[in-house]
Design a protein around this ligand. Structure first.
Ligand code: PEP
Ligand code: MG
Length: 325
């Protein structure tokens, strides 16, 4: 079995009827970079930079960030490495000690909200990402965006960094892809407008589920309500993919849903273009995609979109998934 998965490593990831799915890797630390290649991933779909940035007591300098992002670019070339800007707060490490605890950290100062209020820190990260983009194919992605205004602000700061680098004659890739995490319901509902501002979407289902159903993702008391197949979540994913398609941009999924074999048929059927998963799960997901037909997954997704209960949607996707084991 191990050999079987080994053999799959270098193969393209397409369904039996020829729909290509980009299968990329989620990483949290730079020491995981070598695993990206050995897992057979087509690049990095999500580099959660907060572990690297906040794990050391103080935020690494622009120069050391540049080294790490350059390594990501080099190791994944010719594939893409998507660097997510700092996602602090909520269930994650705080960006800095707060004078008083937030009453609702999940609804508080987290994700892009932190970066937009700590411009100096944000610009150092963006400059490091831009400079590293000269060494491969990087993407930059903003977390916890809740509407069009935030993405416009983030983009204008990115443009400011590009202008600075131009003046300094420092090389970067002017065509670097800019994307946004779709993980807040308001962003999913505004996806048709947000799509006009970016090159790609990456759906963060971990947060999207928690905010859609109002269930804390780390609270055991309510975990019975935390269901990836919740019909409202499935509709929001569908809305997001449609908005992306209508605007000619691509959609990925980088939350845990992408790593769940039972849900692979459903996500493929909903029309996502990319799945970004942990390096350990990657070979299995690749094998599953290669044994599914996009047409049958699309029929399944249509049916799922008419369901009223999570359990019905799960049963539908399970039926197809079992065939892929
Ligand atoms: C998500 O929310 O699904 C996601 C990928 O981001 P994180 O788990 O880091 O919040
Ligand atoms: Mg998230």
């Amino acid at each position: 079995r191990e050999r079987l998965l080994d053999n799959l490593r270098d193969r393209q990831t397409a369904t039996t009827d020829g729909r290509d799915i980009t299968l990329s890797a989620n990483v949290e630390f730079n020491h995981e970079f070598p695993l990206v290649e050995s897992s057979g991933a087509a690049g990095i779909g999500l580099f959660r930079t907060e572990f690297y940035l906040l794990g050391k007591g103080e935020i690494p300098s622009e120069e050391s960030q540049y080294q790490v992002y350059s390594e990501a670019a080099r190791i994944t070339a010719p594939h893409q490495a998507i660097i997510r800007t700092l996602d602090a707060g909520g269930d994650k490490l705080p960006a800095e000690p707060l004078p008083e605890p937030e009453p609702n950290p999940f609804l508080g100062w987290r994700g892009i909200r932190v970066s937009l209020t700590r411009r100096g820190m944000f610009k150092e990260q963006l400059r490091a990402i831009l400079r590293a983009s000269a060494h491969g194919r990087l993407g930059v992605m903003f977390p916890l965006v809740s509407g069009v205004g935030e993405i416009m602000q983030a983009k204008s700061i990115l443009q400011e960094c590009m202008d600075e680098l131009d003046r300094e004659q420092t090389p970067y890739d002017p065509g670097i892809e800019v994307g946004v995490m779709i993980e807040v319901p308001s962003a999913a509902m505004m996806a048709d407008e947000i799509a006009k501002e970016v090159d790609f979407f990456s759906i963060g289902t971990n947060d999207l589920i928690q905010y859609t159903v109002a269930v804390d993702r780390v609270n055991k008391h309510v975990s019975n309500l935390y269901k990836p197949t919740n019909p409202a979540v499935i509709r929001l994913i569908k809305m997001t993919v449609e908005a992306a398609n209508n605007n000619g941009i691509w959609t990925g999924v980088c939350g845990e849903m992408a790593s769940d074999l039972l849900l692979t048929p459903l996500l493929i059927g909903l029309g996502v273009d990319e799945l970004s998963v942990g390096t350990h799960q990657l070979p299995k997901i690749k094998k599953a995609i290669r044994s599914l037909s996009h047409a049958e997954c699309a029929t399944l997704a249509d049916e799922a979109l008419r369901c009223r209960f999570s359990s019905d949607i799960l049963a539908l996707t399970e039926k197809l998934a079992h065939r892929t084991y």
